[in-house]
Design a protein around this ligand. Structure first.
Ligand code: PMP
Length: 449
């Protein structure tokens, strides 16, 4: 069955691409939330190409817009202008609050965060940057420093001037460590639904204060990076109030605050278009990618005119950033999100998904925590609920593989690799949720017996 998958496995591909899966999938086509392999078998795609397919695989409206642009103009570089880039920048900035009005188009999340680091250093005149221990912000030489988790590191010196503050993690505890977890934490969902400030955010902020005071020369900060909900880190949600306090603290020490909305943006959280809005903060810069292009390489930094001004000291240049094709895709994604009422679908279907997964959590000892907002959902797997010890990698992979065999593709992540991530194209339905839950129930039953 996997014969022609084997044929494409070879020395001329990045080994990480071909060694990861025992039974690799060969995907031939996609439509909305569905993927089809070489045999024609259908899979419900609950990971959307790592949180990237936002409105749906080959969404007809996006296909039409791209085809139209393809016949007009593909590329000019950003030394010429074209109408689509204006239209797109205008529409994109309308979704953002405050003074966030200047867009720099690039091609990937890593590039966006690279540029945000540069701008923060130029604007503040400071060098030191803080990110969180469980964060993922990219894999370029600059952003690899921001990304804290060892999985992505190559053990060479990088990330000069980047410091990591311990991560708030309402499920695993204040230090994010299950072994010495000193805090009997609340469920993450409670901390997001409670209106007001979660009392435990005080404790989390102490860590950040220490980093500023003792690790950064003279306490002068250039920037603080945070995802509104940690994506690769396994759907970790900060207690309400944490980001607000963190932003205040960073700004009081000269830094700017950067929200990485690469995963949590474009309505995915259901409640708001941007994840940071759920925390009641307005960042100085927003970085975005993934869902922005529905699979087309497209990313951006949006910032204030004052911060953008510092970029006028030299010429910022990006060959492909915001080219006519990218702008046409981005614009049609924004239009489609609105026309299809995607954010509302995330809210309704996401809430239902969380409710149904919570039943599995109550039924099965290895489902430790179910959390999320909208269609940014995480299911943390444990050996048992008391110790919260992460489920081992082999069992995680068996569950993942078995779900796939039954036609459901999940994502994986988390600090200990023990979190299933559900971030599908945002067009899934309640019937898809029912299908997923029935597959998961069957697979979990097999796993524990
Ligand atoms: N930020 C976040 C929150 C991400 O999840 C990712 C990718 N997983 C990136 C940045 C980097 O994006 P890219 O892979 O497009 O460089």
């Amino acid at each position: 069955e996997y014969d022609h998958v084997r044929k494409v496995r070879g020395d001329n591909l990045n080994p990480a691409l071909v060694t990861h899966f025992k039974k690799p999938l060969l995907i031939h086509s996609g439509h909305m939330q569905w993927l089809f392999d070489h045999t024609g078998k259908r899979y419900l795609d609950l990971f959307g190409g790592i949180v990237t397919v936002s409105v749906g695989h080959c969404h007809p409206k996006v296909v039409a817009a791209v085809t139209d642009q393809m016949n007009k103009l593909w590329h000019t570089t950003n030394i010429y202008l074209h109408p689509k880039i204006h239209e797109y920048a205008e529409r994109l900035t309308k979704t953002l609050p405050g003074d966030l009005k200047v867009v720099y188009f690039v091609n990937s999340g890593s590039e966006a965060n690279d540029l945000a680091m540069l701008m923060a250093r130029l604007y503040t005149g400071n060098f030191d940057i803080i990110s969180l221990r469980n964060a993922y912000h990219g894999a370029s030489p600059y952003t690899l420093g921001l990304t804290a988790h060892g999985t992505w590191k190559y053990n060479i010196a990088n990330g000069f001037g980047v410091h990591h503050a311990s991560n708030p993690d309402p499920y695993q505890g204040i230090w994010g460590g299950y072994r010495d977890s000193p805090v009997q934490s609340t469920r993450a969902n409670e901390s997001t639904v409670v209106d007001g400030v979660c009392s435990s955010s005080e404790k989390y902020i102490g860590q950040l204060e220490e980093v500023i005071k003792y690790s950064i020369p003279k306490g002068k900060v250039a920037a603080f990076f945070a995802e509104s909900i940690q994506g690769v880190g396994g759907g970790v949600q900060f207690p309400l109030g944490y980001l607000k306090k963190a932003f205040d603290l960073v700004r009081a020490n000269g830094g700017v605050c950067i929200s990485d909305e690469v995963q949590s943006g474009f309505g995915r959280t259901g409640e708001h278009f941007w994840g940071f809005e759920g925390h009641g903060v307005v960042p100085d810069m927003v970085t975005m990618a993934k869902g922005m292009g529905n699979g087309f390489p497209l990313a951006a930094v949006v910032t204030t005119p004052a911060i953008a001004q510092t970029m006028s000291h030299a010429l910022h240049f990006n060959t492909f950033g915001g080219n006519p094709m990218a702008s046409a895709v981005g614009l049609s994604v924004l239009e489609t999100l609105e026309e299809d009422k995607t954010q509302e679908n995330c809210r309704v279907v996401g809430t239902y998904f969380l409710q149904e997964l919570a039943k599995l959590r109550d039924e099965y000892p290895i489902v430790g925590d179910v959390r999320g907002k909208g269609l940014m959902i995480a299911m943390e797997m444990v050996l048992d609920k008391d110790s919260r010890t992460p489920l081992d990698a082999t069992t995680m992979m068996e569950i993942w593989d078995s779900c796939k065999e039954h036609g459901v593709i999940l994502g994986r992540g988390g600090f200990y690799g023990n979190v299933f991530r559900i971030k599908p194209p945002m067009c899934i339905t309640q019937a898809d949720v029912d299908f997923t839950v029935s597959v998961l129930r069957h697979v979990l039953e097999q796993t524990i017996n």
